[in-house]
Design a protein around this ligand. Structure first.
Ligand SMILES: [Mn+2]
Length: 132
């Protein structure tokens, strides 16, 4: 599953309202694709069942997990794309850096980075709601 075309093939193999994808933005960003356009591609088919809101820098062979406001993806445009497709499924922040003073027993899922991400997501949502 290394391209949007592969995911499309998976969806087309079993046409069913129960066949959908967890859209991990980071995984798709590693593929080097346009994230908002890809959200719209699968979202317009109602095939986005779960969204992982994630940002990083680089591609699959060499990438770094980033804070949500500091990677290659335009996260405002990504969030707006979810609004544009009428996404009403679950979404959560994904893969956060560990912050000074925290333990690292759950790398990528530590509390402070996730708290930052949720606040950032909430800010994006409010900005989109107030400017639509
Ligand atoms: Mn993920």
């Amino acid at each position: 599953m290394t391209s949007p075309e592969n995911f499309q093939r998976l969806l087309d193999l079993v046409p069913s309202p129960n066949n959908g994808i967890t859209f991990c933005q980071g995984c798709f960003a590693e593929m080097g694709v346009d994230i908002p356009a890809t959200i719209k591609h699968f979202g317009s088919q109602k095939k986005l069942f779960f969204a992982h809101f994630r940002n990083l820098r680089g591609t699959a062979t060499n990438f770094t997990e980033m804070f949500h406001d500091d990677g290659d993806t335009d996260m405002f445009a990504a969030m707006r794309a979810y609004f544009d497709i009428g996404f009403d499924g679950p979404m959560r922040p994904d893969h956060v850096p560990t912050v000074e003073g925290e333990g690292n027993d759950r790398p990528g899922y530590t509390l402070m980075g996730r708290l930052f991400a949720v606040g950032y997501m909430r800010g994006l949502i409010e900005a989109i709601e107030k400017t639509r």
